[in-house]
Ligand binder design. Structure first.
Ligand code: UD1
Ligand code: MG
Length: 487
């Protein structure tokens, strides 16, 4: 490949098909695998080619596909294929909109979620090296069912691609298949596409027919087998979707392990391609790391933990936790059984313990919320301890309000902080308090009724019960005399 300049002039992604076999309201190419849409994976694989133009052919569910494109690849341009007359028709519609067709064009199916940049680059390189007019990416697979077969002549030259439904029994026995990724001279492919008919089982214009037409012209055409056949696997139904997801996940875990991450159970650990994990971190069974999640080094995550768009610092432990858009600082402990909702920020060494839910809450360094609490819309300073079973009462039925707790405070168990309210630095609150007004620094806030004991109540009001008998035994004097003396 040349050291400078893009290696292809344009990338065309075919994404207009309905994806009937998926049986979904969602367009096929928008189904997600490993944290990215299939279309997103294909665009990521083609990205490093640095093409001047990226054209995505849309049709079925075009509004959804275009909205998604605007989000993930605003530089890409969509072209509408009004009627889905086949992959050849789709490619023709795209090429008709590209004015500058100097040099090779990459045409790729939108349903290839395992395609990688290195594979696409190797195809382009092979194409250039061979000086072919068109080169198709191929794969030799154990089960070619449903795929286009690569027909080669006695000399090994590719002569045609035949769809399974149009293939002879002899052709069906071929195990080298078409990956649906092509690189070819733009002008030559465009000219050949104009000659593609629809005389096949589906009555569609097949992009694959271009190859046979070019061969008929005597043009040099090649087939480049992918180094890893998995890269070429398309995805047409939910069973293939599950299989591709599995393969992609295995790849992600493999890469993590190579980089020094311990994955205890490959079968139940799912990590999106967009996630980063530092060395010497341990992922326990049932861990899902999704979206923009970043986990540092020497951390422990899981078992049974789902982190979405969440940051976990070095040395943190996050056990049996569900978190989204949270920031867990270094050396923080979370769980077991914690729910960190968006806007949770836990500073270094903080602790969010068992059955604790947090939302829009900033917890300072070393502060602890160990048990059974809800912390919503709150700021907590450093070195503070929140007593068990505390609720930050943030909602008055109409609006949300904020609670501020200072540093080195000690709040009692079973407190309600009725926001907006502030507890100062170094303040205490008594157990069972409903704190509705500010507690100044260093004060003890007590907000509960004084206790009174009604003596003898059980004997009078619950006579004959086990409680009355127990009370009687507990209060009885120890000598027979005294017992006789009682009234
Ligand atoms: C296609 C290939 C097959 C190859 C396989 C690899 C053809 C005729 N066959 O089959 O040789 O082995 O991919 O996965 O190309 N599309 C459009 N407009 C249309 C029709 C399709 O944009 O009118 C798009 C689809 O959205 C899809 C791609 O083209 O991304 C391929 O179409 P699909 O129906 O998946 O073709 P396959 O049957 O998988
Ligand atoms: Mg397909």
């Amino acid at each position: 490949m040349p050291a400078t300049g893009p290696s292809v002039s344009a990338v065309v992604v075919l994404a207009a098909g309905q994806g009937t076999r998926m049986r979904s309201r969602t367009p096929k190419v928008l189904h997600a695998v490993g944290g990215r849409s299939m279309l997103g994976h294909v665009l990521a694989a083609a990205g490093p080619l640095g093409a001047a133009a990226t054209v995505v052919v849309v049709g079925s569910g075009r509004d959804q596909v275009e909205a998604h494109l605007a989000e993930i690849a605003p530089q890409a341009r969509s072209v509408v294929q009004e009627q889905q007359n086949g992959s050849g028709h789709a490619a023709a519609v795209a090429l008709a909109t590209i004015t500058d067709l100097e040099g090779p064009v990459l045409i790729v199916n939108g349903d290839a979620p395992l395609l990688r940049a290195a594979t696409v680059e190797a195809l382009v390189q092979a194409h250039r090296a061979a000086g072919d007019v068109l080169t198709v990416l191929t794969a030799v697979v154990a089960d070619p069912t449903g795929l286009g077969r690569i027909v080669r002549d006695a000399g090994g030259r590719v002569t045609a691609i035949v769809e399974e439904r149009d293939a002879t029994a002899e052709q069906r026995a071929i195990t080298e298949v078409n990956a649906g990724v092509y690189v070819g001279d733009g002008a030559a492919v465009r000219a050949a596409l104009a000659r593609v008919g629809a005389a096949n089982d589906q009555g569609e214009q097949y992009l694959t027919d271009v190859l046979g037409l070019l061969v008929g012209d005597g043009a040099p055409v090649g087939g480049h087998p992918a180094e890893d056949p998995d890269d070429t696997l398309g995805c047409n139904d939910r069973r293939e979707l599950a299989a591709r997801r599995r393969t992609l996940n295995d790849r992600v875990l493999d890469e993590l392990m190579r980089s020094g991450v311990t994955v205890v159970d490959l079968a139940t650990t799912w990590v999106d391609v967009t996630v980063e994990v530092g060395a010497d971190t341990v992922l326990h069974p049932g861990t899902q790391l999704l979206g923009a999640t970043v986990v540092g080094s020497d951390a422990v995550v899981g078992p049974d933990t789902t982190l979405t768009d969440t940051e976990v610092g070095d040395g943190a432990r996050v056990v049996r936790t569900h978190a989204e858009l949270a920031v867990v600082g270094p050396d923080v402990q979370v769980g077991p059984f914690a729910y960190l909702r968006p806007g949770t920020r836990l500073a270094r060494g903080a602790k969010v313990g068992t059955f604790v839910e947090t939302k829009n809450a900033t917890v300072g360094e070393g502060s602890k919320i160990p048990h059974l609490s809800y912390v919503g819309d709150a700021t907590i300073g450093e070195g503070t301890n929140i007593g068990a079973a505390t609720v930050f009462v943030n909602y008055d039925g109409v609006a949300k309000h904020h609670t501020t707790i200072g540093s080195h405070a000690r709040t009692g168990a079973d407190n309600m902080f009725v926001a907006p309210v502030t507890v100062g630095d170094g303040a205490y609150t008594a157990a069972g308090s409903v704190i509705t007004t500010d507690v100044p620094p260093g004060a003890m806030g007590v907000a509960r009724a004084a206790q009174r004991n009604v003596a003898g109540w059980v004997r009078r009001r619950r006579p004959g019960t086990a409680a009355a008998a127990a009370a009687e035994a507990a209060t009885a004097p120890h000598t027979d005399d005294a017992q006789g003396a009682r009234s």
